[in-house]
Design a protein around this ligand. Structure first.
Ligand code: IP8
Length: 260
């Protein structure tokens, strides 16, 4: 089984509110269908979620009444994005079922308090492709907060121990610094959790409430600690996701699990 995270920067144009990348998602759906693997799919919120979540400071928890409006507006937006992803998958005959985080998990000061893993398992057993996404959720201590797609990948990987985790990005993989800002950034084709810890990457300058690339490196670090190999690849380049799923070599970064 594989866990795939479709990054918000691939499935949406992060610089424009509510801008879905239909052609790219359609290509990725086709590749997922062609590879014919058991998959849990997770997607980010991109420009559908981060702009509003930042405006209403939702990740800081419940501080003022207007945030209630912001919470429900943000949820509606990420749900809308999820429907677009789902439609694309279904149009490519991937039998996707949406599992919305806000209804199956609760955090406690940003840490996992409870989650219903059974619902993922039952859909997987029946050959569905469960699709979950970065969402706003209840938080025991903070009232509410944000559950990012990367956080979901981490907790689902810990529980389901997939064969591999694949992060689909808008870059070829990891670099020694942010390639969008630094022309001397060097590409990393393979690394380990230990080396990753030393990597300093400046933050993306998008309105990303869950910390962009820095957040991603932190999550990958923890995933590598689960002894699961993680591949980072470019979702804008045709066939890379498909080839990674069937085990062919591609341009991308592989982060080896801790036991190597
Ligand atoms: O795009 C963030 O999820 P991510 C979710 O995976 C919201 O970091 C609601 C902004």
């Amino acid at each position: 089984m594989f866990i795939i995270k479709l990054g918000g920067s691939v499935i949406t144009d992060k610089s424009k509110k509510e801008c879905f990348q239909q052609d790219i998602v359609d290509n990725l759906s086709e590749e997922i269908k062609k590879a014919d693997k058991d998959i849990i799919l997770v997607h980010g919120a991109g420009s559908f979620g981060h702009i509003l979540a930042k405006k209403y400071k939702l990740n800081a928890g419940y501080k003022y009444d207007k945030q209630i409006e912001g919470f429900s507006a943000t949820h509606a937006m990420v749900q809308k994005l999820n429907t677009l992803v789902l439609e694309s998958l279904q149009n490519h005959r991937v039998h996707a079922v949406s599992i919305a985080p806000h209804s199956i998990l609760r955090l406690d000061n940003h840490i996992l308090d409870e989650i219903n893993y059974k619902v993922f398992k039952e859909y997987l057993n029946k050959s569905f492709t469960p699709v979950t996404f970065g969402d706003v959720v209840l938080d025991k201590k903070l009232g509410f907060s944000i559950c990012s797609g990367d956080f979901l990948v981490k907790v689902l990987a810990d529980h389901f121990k997939p064969e591999k985790i694949i992060f689909v990005l808008d870059e070829d993989g990891l670099y020694t610094s942010n390639p969008k800002m630094d022309e001397n950034a060097e590409f990393i084709d393979s690394t380990t959790a230990d080396k990753l810890k030393k990597l300093i990457t400046s933050l993306d300058n998008h309105a990303d409430v869950t910390m962009g690339m820095k957040g991603k490196i932190d999550s990958i670090n923890e995933i590598a600690g689960l002894n699961i190999d993680t591949i980072l690849l470019n979702g804008n380049k045709p066939e890379r996701l498909y080839k990674a799923l069937i085990g062919e070599k591609i341009k991308g970064t592989i982060v080896y699990g801790d036991n190597r």
